[in-house]
Write a protein that binds this ligand. Sequence first.
Ligand SMILES: [Zn+2]
Length: 179
Amino acid sequence: MTHIDITKDDQKVFDRLKSTGRITHGLKKLMVNQWNICCVCDTEIPKGRPAFAGYDANTNPIFVGACCANHLIEFATPTYWGVTHTLNVGIADSTQIWRYMDFAKFVAMLSQKGLYLARADRLEDPFEGASGLARREGEWDAFYLNFFRAAVASPPFGSSVADLSPEYIESEAVRLLGP
Ligand SMILES: [Zn+2]
């Protein structure tokens, strides 16, 4: 449980602006990336204090602490770090996915009606569950770009991917990494 600690500075923001609840994809992404770092002054928002997600005078999404809340023209929602964010990646129902789990785990899931959950120290991805993208983005991007190159270059048996040229692999890896 996060202890909520609203100071006078925070209260001023709540008094000035009513939250609209309008969270665009861009704002949601910014919230996840920033996590607990004010995007204007780059300082950490103390645990338990609200971060204010919304839009500036140019309608750009911003995620700020009370420190920089004067930039906020529309206030979408407060967030408190320690609370779990949900990521909606927007995958169509028709999308084929692979590498999500191996076949043995898939069969076990169906036959035992249970989910396989790896112990945290056995996860392959060193950034699984990590936070702090705002400060480590370069390091993470380099890791995932390499991961995607290897994944694209080794499609599962029987898949219909015909083109595995270096250009294709690179463009797919960059596409998967996203902007
Ligand atoms: Zn700030």
